[in-house]
Design a protein around this ligand. Structure first.
Ligand code: ATP
Length: 193
């Protein structure tokens, strides 16, 4: 099958339980699955991990306690792989691209952004940081865990300041309002809309 080069790649970043998956799905619904798709950098990580450990991939991919149970071990294992090749998981996730608009729902590292910039160029790339108060994240099930919330995978992009869009997803913000702002970075792509 011929590889698709997307016209637009939207990177979502933010702390755990800020709503990366929620807003990625909402944007996908708005754009339509005929022209957009979601990819996850964590998907190939979870697939490798599930295969080598004999675990349930569907459960690892879902927003479940099962996923949380293995999160720390997966971070440590994947960081070892990244030390040899920072793009290893991004590249693997990109092999499934088949739509004009690609939403990457789990960008966590500066090297992830670097990979997408180098691969698709700045003109095709848009970066979004989702911001949510700690109280709201707690209400969505987050609690601080050492080895997860205080390591590179969660903190590396805290000081990144070149986001195309910062979006507050703090409970009382209307989803329609957030989608309007998200859609504005798609509209900037002219023929795509
Ligand atoms: N604006 C919102 N309105 C209603 N529910 C929301 C909203 N944003 C997020 N949620 C809910 O909060 C929970 C956490 O959101 P989500 O799974 O999207 O976070 P995440 O950033 O992808 O988390 P993680 O990094 O842990 O995978 C989910 O149950 C989601 O449905």
């Amino acid at each position: 099958m011929e590889k698709t080069t997307p016209k637009l790649v939207i990177l979502f970043s933010g702390k755990r339980k800020c709503g990366k998956d929620f807003l990625s799905e909402a944007l996908l619904n708005k754009l339509g699955t005929d022209r957009a798709q979601i990819i996850r950098i964590s998907e190939p990580i979870k697939r490798h991990w599930a295969e080598s450990m004999g675990l349930d991939l569907a459960e690892l991919l879902s927003d479940s306690a099962y996923k949380e149970h293995y999160r720390k071990q997966m971070i440590e294992w994947s960081d070892d792989r990244r030390r040899e090749d920072y793009g290893v998981f991004c590249r693997s996730a990109c092999s499934t691209i088949e739509r004009d608009i690609c939403i990457v729902s789990d960008v966590r590292r500066k090297t992830d952004i670097r990979f997408f910039l180098e691969t698709f160029g700045p003109e095709r790339l848009r970066t979004v940081r989702i911001e949510t108060s700690q109280d709201v994240r707690v209400s969505r099930g987050w609690r601080f865990e050492s080895g997860i919330d205080d390591v590179q995978s969660e903190c590396d992009l805290d000081d990144y300041d070149r986001w195309d869009l910062r979006l507050l997803n703090d409970g009382d913000v209307e989803v329609g309002e957030m989608l309007k702002r998200l859609y504005s970075i798609v509209e900037g792509m002219g023929s795509l809309t």
